[in-house]
Design a protein around this ligand. Structure first.
Ligand code: MG
Length: 366
């Protein structure tokens, strides 16, 4: 089964959340922007993948079209490990992370989708998973800043069935408001996206201790400062989560061995797709770390993450960005249910293709 075409499809879907328009990575997120890959084959099967999106989409799209697609078209889509290894080796001089790896991740996910469709099996089954059926979901709130809005959003998330909530706040006051609102029976996590130097992280971890975080995520800049994570962890103590900005399993090796890290957070659209996610998952298990995937996106990358939760039973809950999209990408598939879980798709491949109407209606003209 040969690859005949690779198309990078950027989409921008309007959304609502409870706070002012905010963003990450140097730009406001006025819409939720995703980069979807469509891979065609000479057997008539079509696979879908997702490269990490948002602000970097124009660059990744160009990289896919000008650099990745010419290397991959004509190659055997069923030889996933061989093709991906060859592409990674060929392209490594352009970086083992960032845009290069986002593009490779999108292709890898699409190849697994194709493999599942060809075999008539869901990806989780091809990857050696067990019939888990469903997984709890946690609400990953955008940065809301005002403690009152944080509290109101927590109340709303609980009403919608969520039993775990992650905040992207930077003050003890905002976390305290959330803890007061949710009480003791709900897990709270805090993600500060590498905001602090080590001294500040230590102080903040101590200040946050009364609010009993399940984990503190990326507390230290730069993310490679593992000693800083160890010191932060000891200060409270507080469990530490990191890894969403680490690409490929080799780069995860020191993280998995680091005693300052409790949760490893590979992102399937950044780490190198399903192939690398599976390796990182095994690394986590063998080193006694808990997998907590990073998945604040709504395209095929989110479905791929759901499949990974069936392969690694240690994944407690899956991240879902707590925003209301104007339209879901897959209809009902992949949406949270009132009991705070999401069904793991059981159909061939990823279990659903993006709604063609969504791809048409929300397509970005780049
Ligand atoms: Mg994060």
């Amino acid at each position: 089964m040969k690859i005949t075409a690779i198309e990078a499809i950027p989409i921008a879907i309007p959304y609502r959340h409870n706070g002012p328009v905010t963003g990450f990575g140097g730009a406001l997120w006025t819409t939720a922007n995703y980069l979807i890959l469509r891979v065609e084959t000479d057997e008539g099967l079509t696979g879908y993948g997702e490269a990490f999106g948002y602000n970097v989409i124009p660059v990744t799209k160009t990289f896919i079209e000008r650099t990745l697609a010419p290397l991959a078209i004509g190659r055997d889509a069923t030889d996933i490990a061989g093709l991906m290894e060859d592409l990674k080796k060929t392209l490594h001089i352009f970086g083992r992370g960032g845009v290069t790896q986002y593009a490779l991740s999108g292709l890898d996910i699409a190849l697994w989708d194709l493999a599942g469709k060809r075999a008539g099996q869901p990806v989780w089954k091809l990857a050696g998973g067990h019939a888990r059926g469903q997984v709890p979901v946690y609400a990953s709130l955008m940065r809301l800043t005002e403690p009152d809005i944080v509290a109101a959003s927590c109340t709303q998330a609980l009403e919608r069935g969520y039993r775990e909530i992650k905040l992207h706040e930077k003050t003890v006051e905002a976390v305290a408001a959330a803890r007061r609102t949710v009480g003791d029976g709900v897990e709270l996590m805090l993600d500060v996206n590498c905001a602090w130097d080590v001294g500040t992280a230590v102080e903040m971890a101590q200040g946050l201790a009364p609010h009993r975080l399940k984990w503190l995520e990326e507390p230290v800049w730069p993310p490679e400062d593992l000693d800083g994570l160890v010191r932060t962890r000891r200060a409270a103590p507080v469990p530490i989560a990191t890894g969403e900005n680490t690409a490929n399993a080799w780069a995860f090796k020191p993280l998995a061995a680091c005693e300052g890290i409790d949760y490893l957070q590979p992102s399937v659209t950044k780490v190198g797709g399903i192939t690398e996610f599976l390796r990182v998952g095994m690394l986590a298990e063998l080193n006694g770390r808990t997998l907590a995937p990073h998945s604040p996106y709504s395209g095929p990358g989110f479905l791929a993450t759901l499949h990974m939760t069936a392969v690694f039973g240690g994944i407690g809950a899956i991240e879902r960005l707590y925003i209301d999209l104007d339209a879901p990408v897959f209809g009902e598939v992949g949406l949270p249910r009132p009991d705070g879980t999401i069904a793991i798709p059981d159909g061939p491949g990823l279990g659903a293709d993006p709604d063609p109407d969504i791809l048409r209606r929300y397509r970005l003209d780049l």
